[in-house]
Design a protein around this ligand. Structure first.
Ligand code: IPE
Ligand code: IPE
Ligand code: MG
Length: 263
């Protein structure tokens, strides 16, 4: 109980509710703003406040990897002013929050295409990765200009080139090789994907990596998503029965338990 010396503070969540990797589709900034008579820009700005809070909560909860979908490869189809605002907010977040992230022992990784980003933004993202590379706490994965289909297209091209050049035989291509040829190389698959705003789709997010992820869809818009909402979503995840194609232990009825290969 808090405040009693010698007694450990009760954990916020049971171990089963703490995913190793939580990925979040942060959706609904525009609708949050519209409902309040504000501009979409104001919705995105409030979205950054929610990002800060969720990073702090996830660190406190003991999540190892937190991936935040912050700009999709399809978001380039939005009006130029909105794109400029979103790019500006990413830059501002890195510039303003990097010292806090360092204090929180957070390691930053960025996944997504870099070829269509400006040189100064790429430099900034690389700087954030380099300056936090030695941090040993949570890994914050920022999915920016990310789209699964282009990630997979890049991967296929890279492997095809290896085959073309005689360095790889096609039958050597394995699931592990594919995983380690994606932007997310080295990052474990997400255990749970939360999407806010009531939409129930992946919108081209982590299609390969989500093979055995649990999905939790919450109705609130991203700027309203706080620690309490996060805990409720993770409790729901903790109640799921993950089987990875095998059987739940109680259904094995004395026969040799099939060890699940996922997670
Ligand atoms: C999420 O909010 C932020 C991004 C996709 C960049 P939206 O901007 O998609 O908000 P809605 O869906 O229009 O409410
Ligand atoms: C998904 O949200 C992308 C991000 C949260 C960054 P969108 O708002 O772009 O998705 P759709 O267009 O509703 O599918
Ligand atoms: Mg949206």
């Amino acid at each position: 109980m808090a405040g009693h010396p010698g007694l450990a503070e009760a954990p916020i969540l049971d171990a089963v509710s703490i995913p190793r990797h939580l990925a979040v589709i942060m959706d609904g900034n525009g609708r949050w703003a519209k409902a309040r008579g504000l501009s979409r820009t104001q919705g995105h700005r409030q979205g950054v406040v929610a990002v800060r809070n969720i990073v702090a909560s996830a660190t406190k909860i003991g999540i190892e990897y937190l991936t935040l979908f912050s700009f999709s490869s399809e978001n380039w189809s939005r009006p130029a002013t909105e794109i400029a605002e979103l790019l500006g907010l990413l830059k501002l977040f890195i510039r303003k929050d990097l010292s806090t992230l360092k204090k929180q022992n957070v390691r930053v990784l960025v996944i997504g295409g870099r070829a269509d980003l400006s040189a100064d933004l790429v430099d900034l993202l690389e700087m954030a990765e380099e300056r936090t590379a030695g941090n040993t706490g949570m890994t914050l994965v920022i999915a920016f200009n990310y789209g699964s289909r282009s990630e997979m297209t890049d991967m296929v091209r890279r492997l095809a080139r290896e085959v073309e050049q005689g360095r790889l035989a096609s039958d050597q291509i394995s699931e592990e090789m594919i995983s380690s040829s994606l932007y997310s190389a080295g990052i474990p698959d997400p255990d749970v994907i939360i999407r806010t705003s009531g939409e129930k789709r992946l919108s081209n997010f982590l299609l390969w990596q989500a093979a055995y992820a649990e999905f939790v869809f919450v109705d609130c818009n991203w700027p309203d998503f706080d620690e309490q909402q996060l805990i409720l979503a993770l409790e729901e995840y903790g109640r799921r029965n993950r089987r990875f194609g095998g059987l739940a232990e109680e259904d094995c009825q004395g026969s040799k338990k099939i060890v699940a290969s996922g997670g």
